[in-house]
Every structure is written in C-alpha cells, then in structure tokens.
Design a protein around this ligand. Structure first.
Ligand SMILES: Cc1cc2nc3c(=O)[nH]c(=O)nc-3n(C[C@H](O)[C@H](O)[C@H](O)COP(=O)(O)OP(=O)(O)OC[C@H]3O[C@@H](n4cnc5c(N)ncnc54)[C@H](O)[C@@H]3O)c2cc1C
Length: 465
C-alpha cells in the first residue's frame, strides 16, 4: 500500500496526500459524528488534471474513492465506510475564482467555500442567492452535488438554479468540460444536470460557473409571533401578494427550538417578553430601504388585522436583523448542543405544513413523551426540519420515530429528502421505493460510468465491503 500512497503523491506532490492517523482523522467522521470510516489516505488534488489522474490510478488498482468537500453534509455521504480506499477531498481545488461583471457570473473551483465565493461576488456588488449556516465550510462542489437549498430558495431556487456550467471528472477519469456562462443553451441534453443533486454518484465536480444576482440594496426584516400554526401559509401568501418577488425569506421556528437556542448558544436574543408558541422571520428585499420598510409595515398591519400574528418586531437596524437570523441559526446549534437528536429533512406542499406538524406532534407526544419535538425551517418552500431531541440513543425507538414522521410525509405526498440528500441515511428507503423505470436508468448509468463500483459507491446503491 505504501507504493500506492507514493504514486498518489507523485501526482499531487507530497502536500496533497495525507496518511498519518492524526492527519486523516477529521476526514473520516461526519459533521454529526454519526458515521466513522477508515481510509488508507486522504488525497487532495490541486487541479482537474491531477484529479483525473488520481481517479484513473484508483480505477487501475481497484481502490475505492469517497468524494468529500467541506464535510458539512448531514446524511453521511461525505465519509468513507470501513474500506481501504481513499477520500478524495476537494479543498485544494481553488484554482479558479473570477467574476464576470457584465455576464453576472462567477467561476470557481469546487473547493472554494460559499463564503469565499460570496466575498468575491460582493466586491462587484453581486451575490450568490444561496445562504446557509454552514457556508463558511461547505464548498461549491459539495453544494452543487447536494443541490443545497437554504433560506433564499423560495425566491431564487436551489443550487441547481444557479449553476450555468461545470467541469467534472467521470468515474473512468475522463473530463467533461461544460464550464459555460450561457443562460440559454438547448444544444442537446443538458448533461451537467447529471452531477447536480446526485451526491457524487456520477462524477467529481471540479469547477463551476454560477449566475449572480444583484447585492441586496434595501431590506426589511421582522420577527413575528404567529397567532397559531395555521397562520403560517396565510402569512406567506399575504407576503407574496404585497411584496411579490420582494418576499425573499420566510423561516419559522417554535418555542422548543428557541428555548434550546437561548439556553445553549451565546448571543441569542428574543425581543418578546414571553416566548411565543410559533415565530416566523420575514424578510423583504427591494431596491431601497424605504420601500422595503414600507411594504413590511403594510404586511405587518394587514397580518395583525387578519389575526395572523399576535406581535411583531421590525428590525430597527441591520444589526438587529442579523440578531434575528442568528436566533434562527442558533435553533440548529442549540439543539445539537442539547444532546442526541434525530433529524428529518422533509417537505410538503406549503399549505399542508400546519397539518403535518400538528399530526406528527400529536402522535409523537402520545407515543414518545420523553422526546422534545422541534420542527422549524423554510416556510417559503414547505421544508421542515422535523428534529427530535431524545434522552438517549435507542435505535429501536429512534427508528419508530423516524418511520412515524416519514409515513405521514409520504401520506401527504411530500418528500422525505427535501434539501440534504440521501447519503447513507436515506438510501435504503430510496432504493426500496424505486420504480422499474427508475432502477433501469440508475443501474444503466452506474454500469456504464463505473462498472467496477469504486466511485462514491455508497451513494444511490447498496454498499459493498
Ligand atoms: C450548520 C449546518 C447548516 C446547514 N444548512 C443547510 C441548509 O440550509 N440547506 C442545505 O441544503 N443544506 C444545509 N446543510 C447541509 C450541508 O451544508 C449541505 O449539504 C452542503 O451542500 C454540503 O457541502 P459540503 O461541501 O460540505 O459537502 P460534503 O458534506 O463534503 O459532501 C456532500 C455530498 O456531496 C459529495 N461531494 C462533495 N463534493 C463533491 C464534488 N466536488 N463533486 C461531486 N460530489 C461531491 C459527497 O460525496 C457527499 O455525498 C447544513 C449543514 C450544517 C452543518
């Protein structure tokens, strides 16, 4: 095996191959600490050509490859199993970072973090309209591979909607160069779509060109106390009527999540005297602050009049708006710090959000009274993070909780993988539910692209040893 490591280092240079247990340990465990694998090396190519050579060498030697970006994925897709393969980590693929101001695009290496790409775009008064809590670590390649969502998806769509072109290495080492900034292109099927949202099953993304949007000129943000959960879709609808596309974000959270945020995360503030049962953060973005503020005031007045909200605090400054968003992010971190939890990233039609939450909550409270139920998420696109804190890890009970939630979602024609993907967490259920046609498409692609099954082989298929 030493000779393989040496041959890999010949391709990348010595700094591109990590082998000591201490050096590779962080790459073997996922963000949630649920999956822990093994690997003979972590290999970090600095460009597409080297990535291609690494993949060809692994193919020739029958060495399994697990692709990893920022390792912030929440479904166990970015870490290896118990194999003697390599982790191909993209952190050095930062060779391209250029903004085309007139075309409103940015071209970046797959290893560039979302935050770094945002900083580059901001210099030209533009932005990538995807924001999420892990943006300081999550990388462009990982974000595309998982078709990440986040709070702006209701207005701008998920990562797929931002990708104009990309470059990828196939599982056989061939390079697909589709790095274009075109907004219209019907020259045959759009092959790059194969790599977006497929979690690295069909290739390694090494660079991408993304569409940019103008930077935010004026925004108005408010934290509101909802009169009840049924008011949530009505408030969303009212916001769309009054603000049109200017309604950019609407997130919701409940008192359980807010409580865990306040208790466990520094700097978390709630501007209400008593914690409401349900809160929403509403953000309107327009060309200037005055018009955003006026539209927000109309929305809040109408919402009060229609009894959709009991109280509202419009942010008096950018700093206060950021405090509201900090509270929303702290719901995630607060629950993580509170102890074991089960995460369910699901979606239903926006109008069905209250029914799903209420039915699940009623059943869970009766059957699992010692669990804390914390649904929160992206109201604008019906995406709920239905997270449950449990007193301990108990696989049988935990499986029953997840089944209860997933069954309800499926009954309501929703999705049990709204934005985080399948990874290891949901692949069994996904594979079991495939139709014959879906199975045929997937297995044909896999068979042709990766007949040896060495490439991210835990994604979209049963894991072999
Ligand atoms: C605090 C926190 C908040 C989050 N909030 C959100 C949110 O709001 N919305 C959301 O959608 N997600 C969210 N996530 C999940 C996560 O950040 C996203 O899934 C993100 O897109 C993963 O990017 P990454 O670079 O960390 O990828 P990784 O975790 O490293 O990899 C994810 C998957 O993509 C594959 N992959 C990675 N890089 C490549 C590549 N270059 N080419 C091909 N395949 C590749 C991996 O094999 C793996 O299957 C959050 C995570 C955390 C920790």
């Amino acid at each position: 095996m030493a000779s393989i490591q040496a041959r890999l280092a010949e391709i990348t240079g010595p700094s591109g191959v990590l082998t000591s247990p201490d050096d590779i340990a962080p790459y073997l465990k996922d963000w949630r600490g649920l999956w822990q694998g093994t690997a003979l090396a972590v290999v970090r190519p600095a460009n597409t050509t080297d990535a291609s050579k690494i993949i060809r060498l692994c193919l020739a030697e029958n060495i399994k490859i697990t692709l990893q970006g920022g390792n912030t994925g929440l479904v166990g897709g970015s870490v290896p199993g118990k194999t003697n393969g390599i982790v191909l980590q993209t952190g050095r693929l930062v060779h391209r970072l250029s903004v085309d101001q007139n075309n409103a695009t940015i071209t970046v290496g797959a290893g560039v973090t979302l935050e770094t790409a945002q900083t580059a775009a901001a210099k030209f008064n533009m932005r990538i309209p995807v924001r999420l809590g892990a943006e300081g670590t999550a990388q462009i390649g990982g974000l595309i591979a998982t078709n990440a969502g986040g709070s702006h998806a209701m207005r701008f769509g998920m990562m797929r909607a931002q990708v104009l072109g990309l470059r990828a290495v196939l599982p056989n080492g061939d390079i697909l160069d589709s790095l274009s900034g075109l907004r219209k292109n019907n020259y045959g099927p759009d092959l790059k779509q194969l790599f977006i949202g497929s979690e690295g099953a069909f290739g390694l993304i090494t660079a991408a060109t993304l569409a940019l949007q103008p930077a935010i000129e004026g925004r108005a943000t408010a934290l509101v106390a909802l009169s009840d959960l049924d008011a949530l879709p009505k408030l969303l609808n009212l916001g769309k009527i009054l603000a049109g596309h200017g309604l950019e974000r609407m997130e919701f959270m409940g008192h359980t999540g807010i409580g865990m945020a306040m208790e466990n995360v520094a700097g978390t503030k709630l501007p209400f005297l008593n914690c409401p049962r349900w809160c929403a953060i509403v953000e309107i973005v327009t060309g200037d602050y005055a018009s955003a503020g006026q539209t927000m005031m109309c929305l809040l007045e109408d919402a009060l009049e229609q009894n959709l909200i009991d109280d509202a605090v419009p942010a008096a400054s950018n700093a206060q708006a950021e405090e509201f968003w900090h509270l929303r992010e702290a719901v995630v971190e607060g629950q993580r710090l509170a102890g074991p939890q089960l995460k369910h990233d699901v979606s239903v039609a926006v109008a069905d959000l209250p029914e799903l939450i209420q039915s699940a909550q009623n059943q869970l409270e009766t059957r699992f009274p010692d669990c804390k139920i914390n649904p929160f998420g992206h109201a604008g696109d019906g995406n709920i993070h239905f997270n449950i804190s449990t007193p301990n890890i108990e696989p049988d009970r935990d499986a029953k909780i997840s089944e209860l939630i997933y069954d309800l979602v499926v009954k309501m024609h929703g999705s049990i993988a709204a934005e985080h993907g399948l990874g290891r967490l949901k692949r069994q259920r996904y594979l079991k539910g495939l139709s014959a046609a879906e199975r045929l498409i997937l297995s044909s692609l896999r068979q042709d692209l990766d007949p040896g099954g060495i490439f991210n082989s835990h994604i979209l298929r049963e894991e072999s040893a």
